[in-house]
Design a protein around this ligand. Structure first.
Ligand code: DX5
Ligand code: ZN
Length: 222
């Protein structure tokens, strides 16, 4: 981590024909974490990656692997992802009937625990577990695909969660995911976000991955 703000590069927009090269380029450009979007075709209408991709990424990079589980019943999978090399495991409140238990399990597996909520989900639903998390992942698009348009209506919710965390778990961070770029990151910063996930803005940048990372980092106060 290079400072108090973290860029978590989502490989969902990387070219999988040269995944290793893309991750290495992003790493050299200064990303902090590698974000891996796991989708099960049930919780979200898309299928993506499993533990074997996490294992491959673990062999490519030294950066923490930030695994975002957009899956139903994530308790069935957290151990496999931890064994594959995940450093952070984030589960969705909407997908977890036993949220408290799965967050405890993630920590027992020696991973950092995150809870995520979709744009339509109120902050109060995660209040009972805020003492159990290392970060809260606020979705700023509806999960399922990269390259979507940022939803500014989630900003007051991020600020509300920051206030809630300050009461019970002040070192926990707010992470935001979806539609982040050099125009929307300043809005997220203002709401108290510390961790910024980006796929399209990094891997599809017209001047290349390095320029994409630099443009995002230029948003951070010095
Ligand atoms: C969306 C994923 C995001 C996505 C972000 O369901 O959770 O991590 O890859 O993509 P961009 O930055 O392109 O919105
Ligand atoms: Zn994600």
């Amino acid at each position: 981590m290079t400072g108090p703000y973290i860029i978590s590069a989502s490989i969902l927009s990387a070219d999988f024909r040269c995944l290793g090269e893309h991750i290495k380029t992003a790493e050299a450009a200064g990303i902090d974490w590698v974000h891996i979007d796991v989708m099960d075709g049930h919780f979200v209408p898309n299928l993506t990656m499993g533990p074997f991709i996490v294992k491959a990424c673990d062999q490519i990079t030294e950066r923490p692997l930030d695994v975002h589980l957009m899956v139903e019943r994530p308790e069935h999978f957290v151990e496999a992802f931890a064994q594959a090399g995940a450093d952070n495991l984030t589960v969705h409140v909407e997908a977890c009937p036993n949220l408290h238990h799965v967050l405890q399990t993630i920590r027992q597996l020696k991973c950092k625990a995150g809870v995520s909520l979709n744009p339509g989900t109120p902050a109060l639903l995660i209040e009972p577990v805020l003492h159990l998390v290392d970060f809260v992942l606020v979705m700023s698009v509806n999960p399922g695909a990269s390259g979507q348009v940022f939803l500014p209506e989630v900003l007051p919710k991020a600020a509300q969660i920051r206030h809630m965390l300050d009461e019970v778990n002040p070192t926990a961070m707010i992470e935001m995911d979806g539609g982040l770029n050099s125009e929307t990151i300043p809005l997220a910063l203002h709401a108290g976000v510390q961790v910024f996930v980006a796929a399209h803005a990094i891997f599809d940048h017209p001047q290349g991955i390095k320029a994409g990372v630099q443009a995002l980092k230029a948003c951070f106060p010095v």
